[in-house]
Design a binder for this molecule. Sequence first.
Ligand code: HEC
Ligand code: HEC
Length: 460
Amino acid sequence: MKWTFAGVCSLVVLTALAAVRHTAADEPQRNQLLFANGAGVQQTITTADSFDFDNPFFQDLGTNGRTCFTCHRPDQAWTVTPERIRERFLITGGLDPIFRNNDGSNCENADVSTLRKRRAAFSLLLAKGLIRIGIDVPANAEFTIEDVDDPYNCGAPTTKASLYRRPLPSTNLGFLSTVMWDGRETVKGQAIVDDLATQANDATTGHAQGAPLSLTQARDIVKFETGLFTAQTFDYGAGSLRGNGALGGPAALSTQPFCIGINDPLNLLPVMPGACPTSSGGLNPNVFTIFNAWDLALLPQRRSIARGEALFNTRSFAIDNVGGLNGGADDPIKGSFNGTCTICHDTPNSGNHSISMPLNIGLTGADRRTPDLPLYTLRNKTTQESVTTTDIGRAMVSGKWSDIGKFKGPILRGLAARAPYFHNGSAATLEEAVDFYDTRFHIGLTTQEKKDLVAFLNAL
Ligand code: HEC
Ligand code: HEC
C-alpha cells in the first residue's frame, strides 16, 4: 500500500475516534490498546488489570540496547513491519537498536560505519522486516551444505546457515502448539510456557547479546506475553467486527477454549502438559465461526467476510506433495487428497496447527527464490541426492533430510497489522498470500472468492 500524508492523518483520526468510542463505553481502559491499520482498527487486551510497561519485556536486559519491544510492538500486532522499521531508520539514521549487526544485518558483523553502508547492510530488514537467524548445521545432520549462492557474499563457513525470518507475534500465545517457525524452542513433552521461558532467555542472550535472565525475569516475561490477546476489532467496510452477532476482536478470542490436539485430522494426540485429555476424533473443518451470523447481513462487506470464512472452512482443493503431511515416504498420508485451508489451520478461531507438525508447503524451493535471498544447495550424506532451498527450516534443528523447508502453521489472528506474510515475508499482502495458495494448489479461485478470503483474513 502506498501511504500518503493525508492517508496517515485520516488513520490517526480514525484511531482517535475508535479510542473515544470504546473508552466511553467501559472505563477505565488500562487493559486495552487500539491501533489503526490499512483495513481498520486492531485491539490488544491483557488478562491482567493493566498493561505492565515495567515488565522485563520492555527492559534493556542486554548489551546492545535491544528489548523485546524492539521487535515486538503492539501497533504492529506484536511483530514489526517494514514500514515502521523504515521510519525508525530514517529517524535515527539507522542507529535504532533494531539495526544491530549481530542479527539485524544481512551478514553477521557487517560494516555499518556509515549511513550508506547501514542502508545496504540492513536491506532485508528494511524491505521485508526479516531478522537473520544464524544456526550451525546440527552435528547429526543427514546433509551437508554443499554450496550457497549468497547475494550478500557474507563469506560464512558452510557449517552454518543464515536464515532470514519474520518475527512471530508475541501475542495470542495461549494457542501455540509449537514455538518458533522451525519449532526450535519446543521440547518434546514439555509445556509451552516452559518453552516460552527458554525462548525469552535465548532472545536475551541472542538478539540482545545479554547475560541469561533470572528465573523470575523469564517467568515475568512469559506471564506478560501470555496475558495478551490481539485481533482486528473494527473494519473500514464492515464496521464493528462485533456487530450483529459477530465474535471478532480479542475479548471473544480470550474466552476461546484450547488444548493441544483440540482439532486434528490425524488424531495425533501428543503426551505433554496442555494436551487435550482425549483426541479430537478427526477434523471439524469449520474452524472459524466468528462471522457465522453475517451470512445474510445487510452490509455487503459483512457478507463478503462471512463468505470468506466459509471458503476458508469448506472450499476443497487437492492437497499434494506437502512434506510432513503427504510429501515423503514417512509422512502420515500417502498421496494427494482433497482438503480445505483448515486441514492445516485447524485451531478453532485461532488458525494455527493445533499440534506440532512442521510442513513444507513449497515456499522455499528454487522456483520461488527471489534474488534477495540466499539459495542453499544441500547434499544428502547417504543417498548423495541434492536439493536447493532458500531456508533449510526444521532440518537445521532435527538434522533430518526429510525436514528441509518445513515450518509451523502460524496463528492467523491480527493479520491486517502485520504484513508481509510467511516466514520469509514473501507475500507482501494478503492478496499475495491467497494467490500463493491458488497457484501452488491449483485451486482455481475466482476474483470474488479471492476478495472474500482477503476480506475475511483482514478481519481476523
Ligand atoms: C531483533 C529482533 C527480536 C528481538 C529483540 C526479540 N525477538 Fe522475539 N522473535 C524474533 C524473530 C525473528 C522470531 C521468529 C524467529 C524464528 O522463528 O526463527 C521471534 C519469535 C518470538 C516468539 C515466538 C512466537 C511463536 O509463535 O512461536 C516469541 C514468544 C518471542 N519472539 C518473544 C520475544 C521476547 C520475550 C523477547 C525479549 C526477551 C524477544 N522476543 C526479542 C525477533 C526478535
Ligand atoms: C498443507 C497445509 C496448509 C494449507 C492447506 C494451508 N496452509 Fe496456510 N500456512 C501453512 C503453513 C505451514 C504456513 C507457514 C508457512 C511458512 O511461512 O513457511 C502457513 C501460513 C499461512 C499464512 C501466513 C501467516 C503469517 O503469519 O505469515 C496465511 C495468511 C495462510 N497460511 C492462509 C491460508 C489460506 C487462506 C489457506 C487456504 C487457501 C491456507 N493457508 C491453506 C499451512 C497450510
